[in-house]
Design a protein around this ligand. Structure first.
Ligand SMILES: Nc1nc2c(ncn2[C@@H]2O[C@H](COP(=O)(O)OP(=O)(O)OP(=O)(O)O)[C@@H](O)[C@H]2O)c(=O)[nH]1
Ligand SMILES: [Mg+2]
Length: 643
């Protein structure tokens, strides 16, 4: 069974609703005001079964004032029924509706000349000629023109035959996209709560599904699904769908919001797009002009900034532009939209979303921006993926970011990512996709930064990881820091030790004078043994002049970094050889006191030959180094564990 959406379009009073009723038996005009005034105000719905084909009708108002409502229904159309009354012929909204359907990318349909009972045959052929002229060069160029009367029923059987024929040729909706239902109606039903309806443009919705209502981003649960007034286990793409929702109040739901799987799609307010201005538009599209954007079932105000030169798109021309919206919407790459002027309200242009999560572009990057956006307009998905990633610069993109921009489902995302990586333009850095050139730029920025640090601080071991991250990676996704550093480490360009990063080639080079100073300092500590001197004493014993002390402290740090000195406590240092011989003595003592391996403080003082002043800090040092472990007022001497 194939489900398709048939949309009516045409001038006011041309018989659209009467036609839908004659075909389906359902009057699409449901509002009391519609019945009273005899015009359609808002969208109406009906359905028709033709053998294996299930047609969902979306009937739109012809009145110029209700074009906004017409647009909310026109976005999901598979098959257009362009209705022209035989007694009036082509009228302004015949043209405007047809323009809209063309700009929205409708690909199938036919022309229906209604009210045939009201005119003579030669009038009919005149209207038919007029209709042919209107659709010349469009997707309806070779479409059937069917003449009917809703009043007498003439031509209705032929119309059904034609609809079935067209329906059999419409390709199935792509299954590459995640579920999306733009909401065109929300109401509450006693005992059920919130119900929303819309054309399910991709994916499926089943009972108990968890979904998200966007833009407000509210988690909801599906309590029930209906298609054409009947409860179903699951609704499919291409069906008029009603969903009963738990987790939300009807008052929170507005036409134009979207149902999608949780955490997949994201609202946006800055969009890069391609715009085509209608050849007979009353004006062009200028930068900074305030306009109405109609997309899916929503309307939003915003300003346009033309990205191409010149900064105005004249009637009949097309170009890249940025849309800055006054409220968030859900839009995906490839979505079609309509632009209408703010006042008077006229249809000016249509377009396609290129990058739904755009940034404000800087003039100097404009050429590159335009190149990437043009690549995104082509069909090659791997090239699109690469363009999205390159467009993100040094920030990088996660797969979920590309999913939110395109609506591609997991399988498609994975296969396109693989294809894009094969091109070698894209690097997968710990789940963040980054353009090769950005990866290289970040890598050389790291090397430059580290080198600069070594130049500035030749006696320092290297640079703090955090400082490096702050200097180079402020605009990148957090995973990138580790990924770039790891890559540079593997190549040997840098070495990272705990919280310090240094160049692979960096060794602290000492001048002749500093080397002598270093030796003198080391000698002082070696000779002091366990009687660790204060820093002042060290300076005096090593003969360091007051003016030299800052330098001497740096050299002390190098001795610590190089593990020549051990920090016992604060500024109490001992030579590493001294500590090591103490460790050896401790272990020898332990092996004579198996299996307890216990030692108390007085015994340790004796063994080490130190006073209490040094004994306690030393024992605490050994605890930290896991040579000993405190057990009451004694210590267990731990066994040496081979690493
Ligand atoms: N004689 C005759 N009258 C028709 C026919 N179809 C519609 N009408 C009449 O034309 C008027 C308008 O018909 P609708 O179906 O409401 O027109 P519409 O295109 O839906 O109008 P809007 O929705 O307001 O744009 C009504 O009075 C209908 O009864 C037809 O085939 N023959
Ligand atoms: Mg109507």
């Amino acid at each position: 069974m194939t489900s398709l959406i048939v949309g009516t379009a045409g001038h006011i009073d041309h018989g659209k609703s009467a036609l839908v009723r004659a075909l389906t038996g359902t009057d699409p005009d449901r509002l009391p005001e519609e019945k009273r005034r005899g015009i359609t105000i808002d969208l109406g719905f009906a359905d028709l079964q033709l053998d294996n084909l299930r047609l969902g009708f979306v009937d739109v108002p012809g009145h110029e004032r209700f074009i906004k409502n017409m647009l909310a229904g026109a976005h999901g159309i598979d098959v257009l029924a362009l209705v022209i009354a035989a007694d009036e012929g082509v009228m302004p909204q015949t043209r405007e509706h047809f323009d809209i359907c063309r700009l929205l990318g409708v690909r199938n349909g036919l022309v229906v000349i209604t009210k045939s009972d009201l005119v003579e045959p030669d009038m009919l052929s005149l209207v038919e000629t007029e209709a042919r002229e209107l659709v010349a060069g469009s997707f309806l160029e070779d479409a059937p023109v069917v003449v009917v009367s809703a009043k007498t029923g003439a031509g209705l059987d032929e119309l059904k035959r034609r609809l079935a024929e067209i329906g059999s040729r419409v390709p199935a909706r792509s299954s590459d996209f995640v579920t999306r239902l733009p909401i065109d109606r929300a109401f509450s039903m006693k005992g059920f709560g919130a119900v929303v309806t819309g054309t399910l443009i991709s994916g499926k919705i089943a009972e108990t599904d968890e979904l998200e209502l966007l833009p407000p981003s509210i988690k909801v649960r599906v309590r029930g699904v209906q298609v054409h007034g009947h409860a179903v286990a699951e609704a499919h793409a291409g069906q008029r769908t009603a969903v009963n929702l738990a987790g939300v109040d009807t008052a929170q739901i507005e036409r134009g919001m979207v149902l999608a799987p949780p955490a997949r799609l994201r609202p946006t307010q800055i969009i890069d797009a391609w715009i085509d201005v209608l050849p007979d538009a009353p004006r062009g599209v200028r930068s900074r002009a305030r306009m109405r954007l109609h997309i899916g079932a929503t309307e939003v105000l915003g300003r346009v900034r033309v990205l191409d030169e010149p900064a105005e798109l004249s009637p009949g021309s097309g170009g890249l532009a940025q849309l800055r919206l006054e409220a968030p919407i859900v839009a995906l790459h490839g979505d079609r939209f309509i632009l209408r002027s703010y006042s008077p309200q006229q249809t000016i242009a249509g377009g396609v979303i290129v990058d739904p999560f755009a940034v404000k572009h800087r003039g100097k990057d404009m050429a590159q921006t335009r190149r990437l956006l043009r690549t995104l307009l082509e069909d090659d998905r791997a090239a699109k993926f690469t363009a999205f990633v390159r467009g993100s610069g040094e920030r990088g993109l996660r797969l979920a970011d590309i999913g939110a921009a395109t609506g591609w489902n997991d399988e498609l995302l994975a296969s396109v990512a693989a294809a894009a990586q094969a091109s070698e333009l894209v690097v997968d850095a710990s789940g963040v996709y980054l353009a090769r050139e950005s990866f290289d730029r970040l890598s050389s920025a790291v090397l430059d930064e580290v080198e600069r640090h070594h130049k500035r601080e030749p006696l320092a071991r290297g640079m703090l990881r955090e400082t490096l991250r702050e200097k180079v990676f402020t605009h990148s996704l957090p995973e990138l820091f580790g990924a770039v550093v790891a890559k540079l480490e593997t190549g040997g360009a840098i070495v990272s030790e705990k919280d310090i990063i240094r160049a692979g080639s960096h060794s602290v080079g000492l001048s002749e004078q500093d080397a002598q100073l270093s030796e003198r300092l080391e000698k002082v500590y070696r000779e002091a043994g366990v009687e660790a001197p204060t820093l002042d004493e060290v300076m005096t014993r090593a003969g360091v002049a007051v003016a030299q002390r800052t330098q001497a402290r740096k050299i002390l740090q190098l001795l610590i970094d190089g593990k020549k000195l051990a920090r016992i406590q604060n500024e109490m240092f001992m030579h590493a050889d001294v500590v090591e011989s103490l460790t050896t003595r401790l272990r020898a003592y332990a092996s004579q006191h198996e299996p307890e391996r216990l030692i108390d403080v007085p015994t340790f003082k004796q063994l080490a030959g130190v006073s209490r002043k040094y004994a306690i800090p030393l024992l605490e040092y050994f605890d930290r180094e896991q040579v000993t472990r405190r057990a009451g007022d004694k210590r267990v001497i731990l066994k040496l564990i081979a690493r």
